[in-house]
Design a protein around this ligand. Structure first.
Ligand code: SAM
Length: 220
């Protein structure tokens, strides 16, 4: 596995016996850098173990990811975030808390899900408060487009789930329409986070605007 030290970007190699998670302080980083940007990621290699994989798309400052990883040590969590400063913040907190089951990938999540995550790999995607791009001329930037939804479906294991939340009603309706009309998904009860799992965005804007939530399961 190649990983980068947070400050210098220098690559280091971490080797541990199969099935044993290295302590974050031993590797010095939770950030992963793919060997290349063309071939499928060796996700189990990043974690040094085979375990259920959950992916936080646009994890931001990581309040949800950190809480979820702490309460589910048996699950591997991959946070994908394009802002370096946020990735570093989540990494610092995870290291401080001794969390060994988080890895962080600084990249465009759309690219990662479409091209780098192998098929039938992910147990759950969390997509909480993705940028809504409210202006009409910017809406093509929204991550939950038809191709991304196809990629979510392809990379999910059978029975895998997508949990989506937004405070932007038009975006919610668009995503709801797309997921409802996708034959490979069925709507299930929405994921309601425990208080400590509410995302930074949700905590910041709590009570100011209604939040819409939608969850689906891969059925075929
Ligand atoms: C509104 S914030 C929400 C963050 C977090 N999910 C929360 O609820 O607090 C959206 C986050 O997604 C990240 N983001 C937006 N588009 C992205 C993309 N294509 N790939 C990775 N991260 C992305 C942004 O940098 C930002 O941190």
């Amino acid at each position: 596995m190649r990983t980068a030290t947070p400050e210098t970007g220098t690559e280091v190699t971490a080797v541990t016996p199969a099935g044993v998670l290295p302590k974050p302080r031993e590797t010095g980083t939770l950030r992963v850098i793919p060997e290349n940007w063309i071939h499928p990621l060796d996700i189990a290699g990043y974690f040094h173990r085979q375990a259920r994989l959950e992916v936080d798309v646009g994890c931001g400052k990581g309040r949800f990811l950190l809480a979820r990883a702490a309460s589910h040590p048996q699950i591997n969590f991959l946070g994908i975030e394009r802002k370096l400063v946020r990735v570093r913040k989540v990494e610092r907190k995870a290291l401080r808390r001794g969390l060994r089951n988080i890895r962080l990938l600084r990249a465009d999540a759309a690219y990662v899900v479409k091209y780098l995550i192998p098929p039938d790999t992910v147990s759950t995607f969390y997509i909480f408060f993705p940028d809504p791009w409210p202006k009409k001329r910017h809406q093509h930037h929204r991550i939950m487009d038809v191709d991304f939804i196809k990629a979510l479906h392809r990379t999910l294991q059978g029975g895998g789930k997508v949990h989506f939340a937004t405070d932007h009603q038009p975006y919610f309706q668009e995503v709801q329409r797309r997921l409802q009309s996708h034959a490979g998904f069925e709507i299930i009860a929405p994921f309601i986070p425990a208080d400590e799992e509410r995302t930074d965005f949700e905590v910041l804007f709590a009570g100011r605007t209604p939040i819409s939530r939608l969850s689906v399961r891969k059925v075929q």
